[in-house]
Design a binder for this molecule. Structure first.
Ligand code: ADP
Length: 263
């Protein structure tokens, strides 16, 4: 049941009373569940054959005396196979995050290590895109949370920073503790985002006009997944950006869980 209320005023603004409305959302919740189950099922069914396609193409590409034309064609298949794998992974994550068992959601992890690993994993992408990638991360930031999902947060932000930059750009990743929170900042010198779009950025399937016009590949799921992971850890994600000026994404994660465990 969803309940909403609003003031009712006369033409002079004097309070007359309140209007309360009750909406039965059972059907809506059921439809949302059916949709999530459907996405999970389809993604699972796609993942198995896809893994086999990508795996066999990789084996074929290992062949040394491969015809050069065939190699180029197989590389296209491999690249698109990986894109599909990412998309299927994103769709699964979208519906599965909240369903992960508590034992996976509440591990002691090291955020500094997670950030370092994400940056290392993104380095080939940065090099291929001619984007300088620099990181400033302390030795350790102990944190209680879902390490695998938090890694995804950093992976998404860093890969976006590189993807939405031009050759010669720079991406900076910084992590640290400020007050009672761990703060991760990913800043780029890329194409930027119109402030009018900031509110919608974290909505499923939203893409800016700029990204679409430049035909930069993506489906608009990464940031919505990122936001839901951050929020499930009690954190917030914020953005500062202007078109043509680059962007900064800031993730703030409260450390209180660690403090509570330590006391
Ligand atoms: P995707 O990159 O797959 O489209 P995301 O959900 O990660 O999906 O991002 C949503 C949209 O936000 C992108 O399509 C792009 O328009 C914009 N965006 C995200 N990160 C950046 C960035 N660092 N610089 C410029 N635009 C960005």
């Amino acid at each position: 049941m969803s309940i909403s209320a609003r003031r009712v005023e006369d033409s002079d603004g004097a309070l007359l009373g309140a209007a309360v409305s009750y909406t039965d959302v059972t059907e809506f919740m059921r439809a949302a569940q059916v949709k999530d189950d459907f996405i999970a099922l389809v993604s699972h069914e796609l993942r198995t054959p896809l893994t086999s396609i990508v795996g066999y193409v990789a084996i074929a590409l290992d062949e040394e005396d491969l015809d050069p034309v065939l190699r180029k064609q197989l590389e296209v298949v491999a690249r698109n196979g990986r894109r599909l794998e990412r998309l299927v992974g994103d769709l699964l994550d979208e519906v599965q995050h909240e369903r992960r068992p508590a034992s996976l959601r509440d591990q002691t992890t090291d955020l500094a290590e997670i950030v370092r690993e994400s940056v290392a994993a993104a380095r080939p992408h940065a090099t291929a895109s001619e984007v300088e990638l620099v990181a400033d991360v302390p030795a350790s930031i102990p944190f209680t949370g879902d390490g695998q999902r938090l890694a995804q947060v950093v992976d998404n932000l860093v890969s976006n920073a590189i993807k939405y930059s031009e050759a010669g750009g720079r991406t900076e990743v910084r992590a640290g503790v400020e007050g009672g929170s761990a703060v991760i900042r990913v800043r780029d010198t890329g194409i930027g985002i119109d402030p009018a779009d900031h509110d919608q950025l974290f909505t499923r399937f939203f893409r800016t006009r700029e990204a679409t016009l430049r035909a930069i590949q993506g489906v608009g799921l990464g940031l919505s997944i990122t936001k839901s992971i951050v929020e499930s850890h009690g954190g917030v994600i914020e953005v500062d950006s202007e078109v043509g000026q680059g962007s900064e994404f800031r993730v703030v994660l409260p450390l209180h869980v660690v403090e509570r465990l330590a006391s």
